[in-house]
Design a protein around this ligand. Structure first.
Ligand SMILES: NC(=O)C1=CN([C@@H]2O[C@H](COP(=O)(O)OP(=O)(O)OC[C@H]3O[C@@H](n4cnc5c(N)ncnc54)[C@H](O)[C@@H]3O)[C@@H](O)[C@H]2O)C=CC1
Ligand SMILES: O=C(O)CCC(=O)C(=O)O
Length: 489
């Protein structure tokens, strides 16, 4: 058991000030590698705090949107430099708070830096088109105006990258922000906001209120002065947010679950496919919406692939994310661990064969953390829960198929459509996969996870609100098009 020295309490950020919540309550953020280690306390805010944050964001809007894109971009460049200079410390906080390995946390923090720089540059790019008018004496063009106050509701699995990829485009296009980060990653979020504060972002342009989803999140969603809500998280919460936003005419963007397949064709490079399956399925302890969970393997290479996969999975070192030799950290919370263990039980009860892993780590040095061994199932059928539902944990389900058509049919046989990949050396297989796979992100000879910040990201079917984040696609959510028709007299 760790001895707690001094636990810091972090404040909300409202109208450019660090403030306590009106409730006078705080919540502790726990280290999933050792539940006795409190990483920090954050404010357990209420509706009144959201009202103050939204009022500040609303008041800041007029002068923020009047600035040129280049001037707004300067704040993002400064914030990027500050985040970069604090990358080691912020990555360590992330690892302590939600468990991913330090290497992954550092990579993600630097991705946050790159996202800030990318959107800083967007402030100098075109936002409209000239369209020929049918009146030869008129000028017709489109311009864009900001949405207004944007509510950002973010999850815990990418504590830097997701808040940044939602806030940075919002800011560059002239919106003001009220963010409620996930409770499990709130200390890391505070540190990201500190970077924006240090960069001198004007008071009220960015506000952060921490607390529960049902109190703080819901108050943001329901607030009449919040013009749009961008959300990443579970399907259940996302759908409820979408309905509430629609009911009061607010814009919304939802990024939700995945049940992502990888297809291993008979002609695949099996070593590459094994590495991509492990990295896509088990990095970050499987807690990515783009994580690989269904591994659809051609029967001709099934046994060879399975043996190679198991040999490598057996070697993965599970442990605290801060330790250098750890490959996979704990689940982010006790709730996540319980969800994963319940799916492992359900898989066995439904008749799948657990080939490896799936046990909680009970050794003295790990029993206080939320650790589970990576699990590999076979004899998985399409109707089983482990084949259909998002587990968000280190669980791979092997499915044997006889043809490429069967593989693609199986890959599409879920309600989600976020990401999918195929390992093959055959160009016809690649082309049918690109054409026939129902997913927003299709990847050839590459793992399902790992999105690039300059490209559109989002899913088909139940995975998103059919919108796209990141890259230049982000402009669609954060702005409205205004069509302008000008005639001299
Ligand atoms: N698509 C993704 O990247 C993610 C998917 N998930 C999925 O969701 C499952 C449950 O994880 P949770 O953290 O409980 O997800 P969640 O969807 O409940 O939480 C995501 C965010 O929504 C907020 N929230 C919760 N209820 C709300 C409400 N009524 N109004 C407004 N905001 C609200 C939370 O506080 C958090 O900031 C995971 O096991 C996983 O399957 C979770 C996190 C990220
Ligand atoms: O795969 C990635 O890099 C991003 C995944 C993601 O957006 C998520 O898990 O929410």
């Amino acid at each position: 058991m760790a001895v707690q020295t001094q636990v810091k309490t972090y404040l909300n950020y409202v109208n450019g000030e660090w403030v306590e919540a009106s409730t006078n309550e705080t919540i502790s953020c726990i280290n999933p590698a050792n539940k006795h280690d409190v990483v920090g306390n954050v404010q357990k805010s209420g509706k009144e705090d959201v009202d103050q944050a939204v009022a500040a964001a609303h008041n800041a809007l007029a002068s923020w949107k009047k600035l040129s894109g280049a001037a707004r971009g300067e704040f993002l460049y400064k914030a990027a430099n500050i985040l970069e200079s604090r990358a080691d410390e912020i990555a360590e906080t992330m690892t302590k708070e939600m468990g991913k390995t330090l290497g992954e946390a550092k990579g993600e923090t630097l991705r946050g830096v790159a996202i800030l720089r990318y959107y800083a540059g967007e402030g100098m790019r075109k936002t409209g088109d000239v369209i020929p008018s049918s009146d030869s004496e008129a000028l017709m063009f489109t311009t864009r105006v900001p949405l207004g106050v944007v509510g950002v509701i973010s999850p815990w699995n990418f504590p830097v990258a997701i808040p940044v990829w939602k806030m940075a485009p919002g800011l560059i296009y002239g919106n003001s922000i009220v963010i409620k980060p996930a409770q499990e990653a709130a200390v890391t979020a505070v540190k990201v906001i500190e970077c924006l504060d240090e960069a001198g972002i004007p008071a009220g342009v960015v506000n952060m209120v921490t607390g529960t989803g049902s109190q703080v999140g819901q108050a943001i969603v329901d607030h009449p002065q919040v013009n749009g809500i961008t959300f990443t998280g579970s399907n259940q919460t996302g759908k409820a947010i979408g309905q509430a936003a629609l009911a009061r005419g607010a814009k919304y963007q939802l990024e939700m679950g995945g049940k992502n397949p990888v297809i291993i064709a008979a002609d695949a490079d099996l070593d590459l496919a094994v590495d991509g399956t492990i990295s896509g399925g088990l990095r970050s302890t499987g807690q990515k919406c783009t994580a690989t969970s269904r591994v659809i393997v051609h029967e001709d290479v099934y046994d060879a692939f399975k043996e190679k996969l198991l040999a490598k999975v057996r070697e993965l070192k599970v442990g605290p994310g801060l330790e250098g030799e750890t490959w996979m950290g704990p689940c982010s919370s006790e709730k996540q661990l319980e969800t994963v263990l319940s799916y492992i039980e359900k898989g066995q009860a439904e008749g799948a064969t657990l080939l490896y892993g799936g046990q909680r780590l009970e050794a003295p040095e790990t029993k206080d953390g939320f650790y589970v061994e990576p699990a590999v199932f076979e004899n998985v059928e399409s109707g089983m829960a482990i084949s259909q539902e998002e587990i968000f944990g280190p669980v791979l389900a092997l499915i044997k198929v006889g043809t490429m058509e069967e593989a693609i049919e199986m890959a599409n046989d879920v309600e989600f459509g976020l990401s999918a990949s195929i390992y093959t050396t055959n160009i016809s297989h690649m082309l049918s996969f690109i054409n026939d796979m129902d997913a927003g992100l299709v990847r050839i000879n590459a793992e399902t996870a790992g999105v690039e910040l300059q490209a559109p990201f989002g899913g088909m079917k139940q995975s998103s609100s059919h919108s796209r984040e990141q890259g230049q696609a982000a402009i669609e959510f954060y702005t409205s098009i205004k069509t302008v028709f000008v005639k001299g007299k």
